[in-house]
Design a protein around this ligand. Structure first.
Ligand SMILES: [Zn+2]
Length: 459
C-alpha cells in the first residue's frame, strides 16, 4: 500500500503548451486506473473507519469493513449514504456531526451550505485538504485550458457557495491571477461590466445565468460582450454549460471556449466533474473522486451509455470524507474516447436534472433543462424563462413564461405558436406559453430558480 493521503509537490507546474497536468494519470488505461482507485478507496475507508463514529456505526451495522474490500465490486456493496443520514447525524451530534476525522487543531476553515432545504450542512476542512483541493482543481482547470498567464474573473458568491472557494485555490495553485469579484449584491452586474472592461481578465467563472445577465447588461450600454476578450468561460452551480442551446448561446455571446464543471454541494469544494476544452460535457476525474452512476431504484451500477444517479466517493479527503454519497442528480455516462486523449469516463450532457427537480406533469417527466434547451435554441426570444406547474381540478397544467426579444413585438403570435409546437414535440405534453416583453422576468446573479410548482399550495 502506498501512502494515504497522497502527497503533492506544490512547486510542480507543467509546461504551458502541455495538454495534461499529470499525463500518466490522465491517460492511463482503465484497468490500471481501477487498481489505483481501489488502493485509494481502501486508504480512504481505513482512515474513516478508524476515526469516524459516523461510518463505524453505518458499516458495522451492514457488516462491512475496509479489510473486506478486495475489488471495486466489493466496494459497490458498501452502503450508500444520503443527505438524510448526514442531517440525522448533525442533529444527534451538533454542531459539526460525528464525521470529523481530523484533529480539531488541523481544521483550517469552517464552511456551511446555504441550507435552503432542511438544516444547513457544516463543512470542516483541514489544512492538508485545502492543499490537495488546490492540486486537484489545478489539474481539472488545466484541462479547461487555464494557464499561469491567465487572469480569472470570479463572478460567484464568496460566502456559503463552495464552488467559488475551490476555483479560487485552483487558480492560485496554477499560479494564475484571480479576481474574486463575487456575486449577489445590488448593482453588482453593472459593476461587473465596468471591472471586466477595466481589467481585461482572460477567463470568467460563475453561473451561466449570471454570465448571460452580465452580457445583456453590457449590450444595454452598447458594449459587445465579445469585446471583453475572454478566451475561456467555465461554470458551475447550474447545468447550463452542457445544455446544447445554452452552450451555443454562451459561445456566440462571448466568442470563447465554454467549459462545464461541478459536483454537488456536499462533495465540494472537490469539483471533480470537469470538462476539457475539446468537447461538451464533463470528465469524471476518477482518481480524485470516484464516481459511479447507479440505477435510481436498484442502486446497481449502470453500464456506460445509460442514465443514472451519480454516487460520489472522496479519495483524498481527511476531514469529513463522503464515501458512496447519493447526489440525487441525473446524468448519463460514457466511456467513448474524447479528442483530448484523457481516458476518464464522461458525462457528455453534464448533469441535466435532479431526481427531485424533475416535475411530473400528466404522467410525463419534465426536466427544466429540456425546456431551457428549447427556449434558448429558438430565435426571437431572449432566452429567459420560467416553468409554472399548476393544477386545474384534477389536471396538471404546465405554463412556460418566456420573453420575445427586442424588436420582435410584431412577431409575438408567430413566436408563441412556434414555441408551443416545439415544446409539445420535445416534452411529449402540451404546454401553454405566456409571452412577456423583454426584461420582464427577473434576472439572477447566481442560480436561477426557474420552476414554480403551484400544486404544493393545494397539497
Ligand atoms: Zn476531454
Amino acid at each position: 500500500m502506498t501512502t494515504w493521503p497522497p502527497q503533492y509537490d506544490d512547486t510542480y507546474l507543467p509546461p504551458n503548451e502541455q495538454e495534461y497536468w499529470f499525463p500518466d494519470l490522465e491517460t492511463e488505461t482503465p484497468s490500471a486506473r481501477i487498481e489505483r482507485v481501489l488502493e485509494k478507496v481502501r486508504g480512504q475507508m481505513a482512515w474513516a473507519y478508524e476515526r469516524s463514529p459516523f461510518y463505524k456505526r453505518i458499516w458495522d451495522a451492514a457488516g462491512v469493513a475496509p479489510a473486506h474490500i478486495l475489488t471495486l465490486d466489493d466496494f459497490h456493496r458498501v452502503p450508500i449514504i444520503t443527505k438524510d443520514d448526514m442531517r440525522e447525524d448533525l442533529i444527534a451530534n451538533p454542531p459539526f456531526g460525528s464525521n470529523i476525522c481530523d484533529d480539531w487543531s488541523d481544521i483550517e476553515r469552517i464552511h456551511g451550505s446555504s441550507g435552503t432545504t432542511g438544516i444547513p450542512t457544516v463543512l470542516t476542512i483541514s489544512r492538508g485538504d485545502w492543499q490537495r483541493i488546490g492540486n486537484a482543481h489545478a489539474r481539472v482547470m488545466w484541462a479547461a485550458g487555464i494557464r499561469p498567464t491567465d487572469m480569472v474573473f470570479m463572478a460567484s458568491p464568496f460566502s456559503l457557495y463552495m464552488g467559488s472557494w475551490g476555483a479560487l485555490v485552483g487558480t492560485e495553485r496554477i499560479r494564475a491571477r484571480s479576481f474574486p469579484f463575487g456575486a449577489g449584491s445590488p448593482g453588482q452586474t453593472k459593476m461587473a461590466v465596468r471591472w471586466i472592461q477595466a481589467t481585461s481578465p482572460t477567463v470568467f467563472y460563475g453561473t451561466p445565468s449570471f454570465a448571460l445577465y452580465i452580457a445583456e447588461t453590457a449590450r444595454e450600454q452598447g458594449i459587445d460582450p465579445k469585446s471583453f476578450g475572454f478566451r475561456t468561460l467555465f461554470f458551475s452551480g447550474e447545468p447550463g454549460a452542457s445544455i446544447p442551446a445554452t452552450r451555443e448561446m454562451l459561445q456566440a455571446t462571448f466568442g470563447a471556449t465554454i467549459v462545464d464543471m461541478g459536483s454537488t454541494g456536499e462533495m465540494s469544494p472537490w469539483m471533480t466533474n470537469g470538462g476539457c476544452a475539446h468537447s461538451p460535457g464533463m470528465h469524471l476525474w476518477q482518481d480524485i473522486v470516484y464516481t459511479e452512476l447507479v440505477d435510481p431504484v436498484t442502486k446497481e451500477v449502470v453500464p456506460y451509455g445509460s442514465e443514472g444517479v451519480p454516487v460520489y466517493t472522496h479519495l483524498e479527503r481527511t476531514s469529513q470524507p463522503l464515501i458512496r454519497f447519493w447526489s440525487g442528480d441525473i446524468s448519463r455516462w460514457t466511456d467513448e474516447p474524447c479528442p483530448c486523449g484523457r481516458t476518464y469516463p464522461r458525462l457528455p450532457m453534464g448533469i441535466y436534472g435532479r431526481v427531485d427537480d424533475m416535475v411530473t406533469v400528466r404522467g410525463e417527466n419534465v426536466y427544466p433543462s429540456a425546456v431551457e434547451n428549447v427556449v434558448r435554441g429558438m430565435p426571437g426570444l431572449t432566452g429567459e424563462f420560467r416553468m409554472i406547474v399548476s393544477r386545474e381540478r384534477v389536471m396538471d397544467e404546465l405554463t412556460i413564461l418566456a420573453e420575445y426579444a427586442t424588436g420582435q413585438e410584431d412577431a409575438r403570435d408567430d413566436i408563441k405558436a412556434r414555441l408551443e409546437g416545439t415544446l409539445a414535440a420535445t416534452l411529449g405534453i402540451r404546454a401553454a406559453v405566456d409571452l412577456k416583453s423583454p426584461g420582464e422576468l427577473e434576472r439572477t446573479q447566481f442560480k436561477a430558480k426557474r420552476v414554480i410548482d403551484e400544486r404544493d399550495l393545494h397539497a
